[in-house]
Design a protein around this ligand. Structure first.
Ligand code: ADP
Length: 596
């Protein structure tokens, strides 16, 4: 039901309710008023009739129907009332409504309520249907006395019809007024609601068109009332909505342009791993078919590492990163980052193709390896000749001896550098086969002492070995792994002043259930420390905090880079904590599952 019908029906309802209440009230009042008037009228008529009868009635013994009915009829002609004369014994002697035999046949009236009241109380009133005429009457009876003796009762009656007719007339008037009122209510309803409904209809149309995503238009403001205010506010709101829509679509356009033209692949998957978006780069990288939207990623692209990474992001609800081979058609390597979109249970997958970078790295690494390799032979030759020159006593000249010594020292340094570079290139290219075996960390203790005892003594530094026998064994290539200890302890000695202490300890760290437990080794020194800005860079090749000092110490700047790569080959990791002037702790961790 629309507003117009509702309001019109309400108006009609109100009109009818008022009229009904009015008719109920009026009918009651009118009935009472008319009854009162009739009673007054009857009282007057009865009193007049009594006086008349008192005068005109013959002696009681001369009562005949003819005489008395004639008197009563004559008297009745003057008023419009029914007049009855009843003898003191109840005999009806005269009645304006009856004549002759029918009068004689009338039953005695002494038992009538109004007659009884007239006898006992002096006057009697009654309202009932007449047994004689069958019409409803108002009765009024008075006793008629002569010389103090009761001779009968005079009774006047008016039919209720008068009242009923008046009430009927009233009802007719009210019915007419109701119909007229209803018509007026409809007209009023249609006219007044039109002014309200029209702007509302317009508002509804516009909201529908906004909901359907069509262009928004304005509502005409015609008045200053509440509806006008509503329309004005609505127009303001649509303006803002329009602004927002324009801004959003501009943003969308921008975003779309960026996504379409970027070289990284961007993919959006929902909680069920179904693809909800893929930019052109992602389509190419993952070789997606034409109808990829809404299909599960696993169905289209069976790369286990990608699925595992997605599962990891889903489980941890955190950013997951990994380098993955997207081997569909071409062998490509990619860095894949999966970012959960908060509260949407969606995941953004960003694929960065690093094949080219990795290829360049390989070329560079190969180049370094080749150059180092090529340098090795001439270097060995130079070293050989210099040693021969120095040892065969052919040179007595002190200066010459010194120069040859320098040639030997620097070619030895160059040779160390070349072998370190070769080693690093091998580790970086993962071109090595690990000869893993189970061994305890304490197995390295003796070898380390063999290597470092003279050096420690010379440097005035103490080495404390505090690794518990209770620790589990590790599964490592022991020769390579020895290099880790050698590099780290060598550095600790080099950068710890006389009187310092190097402490080596280890512990088993239990990690979260999805990652393996780790054996973590601590190599702590009381040396010069590493400044904060250098801490993240010391693992880069050739990075040295203090170049002059490091060179004097005979370092190549490759030690920590080699150490890091040896650990990476063992799926381990390395990090450090250091305070300038206080010392440094290098930590390296090996996954425990490897050794179990
Ligand atoms: P190097 O051959 O020069 O020692 P590394 O790669 O082993 O090269 O180390 C890189 C740099 O890290 C060093 O030059 C030095 O500045 C710093 N470094 C390494 N270990 C320590 C340490 N224990 N204490 C202070 N500085 C250190």
């Amino acid at each position: 039901m629309n507003i117009r019908t509702q309001l019109t029906l309400s108006y009609i309802g109100i009109v009818l309710l008022v009229l009904f209440a009015m008719s109920f009230f009026l009918a009651g009042t009118l009935k009472g008023l008319l009854s009162d008037r009739i009673m007054n009228e009857l009282e007057v008529q009865a009193a007049l009739a009594r006086e008349f009868l008192k005068e005109e009635l013959p002696e009681k013994k001369n009562f005949t129907y003819q005489v008395i009915d004639g008197l009563v009829d004559r008297l009745g002609e003057t008023g419009k009332v029914r007049l009855t004369f009843i003898g003191e014994d109840g005999t009806v002697w005269g009645d304006t409504e009856r004549d002759g035999d029918s009068l004689i046949a009338m039953e005695e009236h002494l038992t009538r309520a109004e007659v009884q009241d007239a006898l006992n109380l002096g006057s009697g009133v009654s309202k009932r249907e007449s047994k004689t005429t069958g019409i409803e009457y108002h009765y009024f009876a008075l006793p008629v006395e002569r010389n103090g003796n009761l001779i009968g009762f005079c009774r006047v009656a008016l039919p209720m019809e008068t009242v009923n007719t008046a009430l009927g007339d009233l009802q007719q008037i009210l019915l007419f007024v109701s119909i007229a009122g209803s018509i007026l209510a409809i007209l009023f309803g249609v006219l007044t609601t039109g002014a309200i409904v029209k702007p509302i209809k317009r508002l509804t149309q516009i909201t529908q068109s906004i909901a359907a995503g069509e262009n928004t238009s304005q509502v005409e403001v015609k008045s200053d009332n509440e509806l006008g205010q509503l329309s004005r506010n609505f127009n303001l709101m649509t303006d803002r909505v329009q602004d927002h829509i324009e801004k959003i679509s501009l943003e969308n356009q921008r975003l779309e342009t960026i996504l379409t033209n970027m070289s990284e692949g961007v993919l959006l998957v929902n909680g069920a791993s179904e693809i909800t978006y893929a930019n052109p780069a992602a389509i190419v990288m993952l070789n997606l078919p034409e109808m990829y939207l809404g299909r599960a990623l696993i169905e289209i692209n069976r790369i286990p590492e990608l699925q595992a990474l997605l599962r990891k992001a889903e489980e941890t609800e955190a950013v997951a990163f990994s380098e993955i081979r997207l081997g569909n058609l071409q062998e490509s390597e990619a860095e894949v980052t999966i970012v959960p979109v908060a509260a949407e249970s969606e995941y953004v997958i960003v694929i960065h193709d690093v094949s080219h970078v990795r290829q360049l790295e390989r070329i560079r690494s190969d180049f370094v390896a080749n150059v180092s390799h090529e340098l090795r032979t001439p270097l060995t030759t130079i070293q050989g000749y210099a040693e021969t020159l120095l040892n065969n006593g052919s040179t007595k000249n002190k200066k010459r001896k010194e120069f040859i010594g320098k040639i030997l020292k620097h070619s030895a340094r160059l040779s160390r550098l070349v072998s370190d570079l070769l080693e690093l290139a091998r580790l970086e290219s993962r071109d090595i086969e690990l000869k893993r075996s189970l061994c305890h960390l304490n197995d390295f203790h003796e070898q380390i002492l063999d290597v470092f005892e003279p050096v420690l003594e010379e440097a005035g530094v103490t080495l404390q070995w505090n690794i518990s026998e209770g620790l589990p064994q590790v599964n490592v290539d022991s020769q390579l792994f020895m290099q880790v200890f050698v590099n780290l302890i060598d550095n600790a000695i080099k950068y710890t002043p006389d009187g310092g202490v190097i402490d080596i300890s280890a512990e088993l760290i239990e990690t979260e259930s999805d990652t393996a437990d780790e054996v973590v080794v601590h190599i702590k020194d009381t040396g010069i420390g590493i400044p904060l800005e250098s801490q993240s860079r010391v693992f880069e090749r050739f990075y040295r905090v203090d170049k002059g000092r490091a060179r004097k110490m005979g370092g190549t700047g490759l030690g920590l880079a080699i150490t890091k790569h040896i650990l990476l080959c063992h799926n381990g990791r390395i990090w450090l904590e250091s305070e300038l002037g206080q010392g440094t702790v290098f930590y390296f961790a090996l996954p425990f599952e490897e050794s179990s």
